[in-house]
Structures are given as structure tokens and as C-alpha cells.
Design a protein around this ligand. Structure first.
Ligand code: ZN
Ligand code: FE
Length: 259
């Protein structure tokens, strides 16, 4: 079995451990804080066997050096970004075999120029997606280096993954994202129910992650730019006529930046 465990870090980051329960080996995704990962490995008697990176930001890469001092392991990451100590530079559709699961690389530029996501379909388990700061539960990453068209294309690729795919994003932003989503789409009853559920989870200090692709498609405004209600909301916000999904996306992304 493959098990994915959250290690909370900093204010609102999740570092993900991908654990092979048969042999207690693990990979870590986006170790912004190395101490957190070392402690988790020690406490749970896990051997770190590799590091996966989605993009170059320090809250996703800051712990690499410390981990390499303790474990001599491969470091996988995006070919199109400059990240010290990468041993394997990955591009679209590259594959890597981790704990008998084949992960496929999906290039997801937008938050950063070379951002990648890792996707796999384990046997007899729901598919797994590590998407860094591209797709969040109820939202998406800010556009630091990419264009709205690039980010929309990246999100469209992720949105096409199987419904039951577990979405492991890198931040606990869900509540704020859903409050924004509700401002954009107040008549979405699935969204309303999700917001109520997440409020209870967060009041009890439970993580809201993983999400799944079906839920995101039904409630995340950034995956719903083709919906009439979202287009109308974007037009009201901007006072302009929206002529494409990219227009709608760019408008609601800007709206969220100022929300
Ligand atoms: Zn980031
Ligand atoms: Fe981040």
C-alpha cells in the first residue's frame, strides 16, 4: 500500500510524505522545512528514499540541503527552473517509478514558469496528484511568473484527471478560497455545502486536504470559467464583456488577488 501523510510546516504549508507501507521507505514532496521531515522520519522509523519538487519557491525547497546531509537520495524537479541540487530534471510526460507506482509529470506553468505536478494511478487505490501551488482546494496559485492563459491551460489539464483523484496541494488555503468562491458563485449549492463542511473541519483543526477532482470541478471557480454564472460574475466585477474563458479566468484571478 501507498500512504500519503501531511506534515504541516510554517503557517499553512503541507509537506507530503509518500510512504510505502511494505518497507517503511518514503519520498517527500516539497520539503520547505527539512527539520519537520527529519523528525517525521525518525519518529515513524521511515527511510527517506527521494525528494520531489514542484517549483522553485523557498517554502517548497528550503529543506533540501538539510535532508541531503542525512540521506543520499535523488532530487526530482522541474527541468525548466533553476533549483540547486536537482539530480533529475523532469519534463511533460516523463515518468518515474516510486514504490512500484509510476508517476507521470504534468507541466503546469502559471504560478511559476516551470512548475510541474506529479500524477499516478496506483493499483486498487485512488489516483494521486501532487500539484504544489497550481491547483488549491477551492482555488489556484497566484500568477507570479506565468500568464492567465498558461495557468488556465495548466488547470484544464488537472481538471481532466479522473474524478476520484486525490488532490494533494501544498497549502491550507481552502476556507479563504471557498469564501471567495461563494462571492463569485453564490447560487452553487454544492459549494455552499462544501463551505459548511470545511468550516467544521477547520474549527476542529483538521486538514481540508486532500480534495478530489470531482469536488474541484463542482466548486472551484478557477475550473469553472466556462460556466455562465462565473462569466456573469466576472462581467459584473470588471464592468467589461468577457469574450473568452481566459478573460474570465484573468478577471476572477485579479478579483481574488484583491478580495
Ligand atoms: Zn509557490
Ligand atoms: Fe507555496
Amino acid at each position: 500500500m501507498i500512504n500519503v501523510t501531511a506534515l504541516p510546516a510554517f503557517n499553512d504549508n503541507y509537506i507530503w510524505l509518500l510512504i510505502d507501507t511494505e518497507n517503511s521507505q518514503c519520498h517527500v514532496v516539497d520539503p520547505g522545512d527539512g527539520e519537520v521531515v527529519l523528525k517525521a522520519c525518525q519518529d515513524n522509523q521511515l527511510e527517506l528514499t527521494g525528494i520531489l519538487i514542484t517549483h522553485h519557491h523557498a517554502d517548497h525547497t528550503g529543506g533540501i540541503e538539510l535532508l541531503l546531509e542525512h540521506y543520499d537520495v535523488p532530487v526530482y524537479g522541474p527541468a525548466k527552473e533553476t533549483i540547486p541540487s536537482l539530480t533529475h530534471r523532469l519534463n511533460e510526460n516523463d515518468t518515474l517509478l516510486l514504490h512500484s507506482c509510476t508517476f507521470r509529470i504534468i507541466e503546469t506553468p502559471g504560478h511559476t514558469a516551470g512548475h510541474i505536478a506529479y500524477f499516478c494511478k496506483p493499483e486498487q487505490q485512488a489516483p494521486i496528484l501532487f500539484c504544489g501551488d497550481t491547483l488549491f482546494a477551492g482555488g489556484c496559485g497566484r500568477l507570479f511568473e506565468g500568464t492567465p492563459a498558461q495557468m488556465l491551460a495548466s488547470l484544464t489539464k488537472l481538471s481532466a484527471l479522473p474524478d476520484e483523484t486525490c488532490v494533494y496541494c501544498a497549502h491550507e488555503y481552502t476556507l479563504a478560497n471557498l469564501l471567495f468562491a461563494q462571492a463569485v458563485e453564490p447560487d452553487n449549492s454544492i459549494l455552499e455545502q462544501r463551505l459548511a463542511d470545511i468550516k467544521i473541519l477547520r474549527q476542529n483543526d483538521q486538514p481540508s486536504i486532500p480534495s478530489d477532482i470531482a469536488t474541484e470541478r463542482a466548486t472551484n471557480p478557477f475550473l469553472r470559467t466556462d460556466q455562465a454564472a462565473i462569466k456573469t460574475a466576472a462581467e459584473h466585477y470588471s464592468g467589461k464583456t468577457m469574450t473568452s474563458s481566459t478573460d474570465v479566468f484573468a478577471t476572477i484571478r485579479r478579483w481574488k488577488d484583491n478580495f
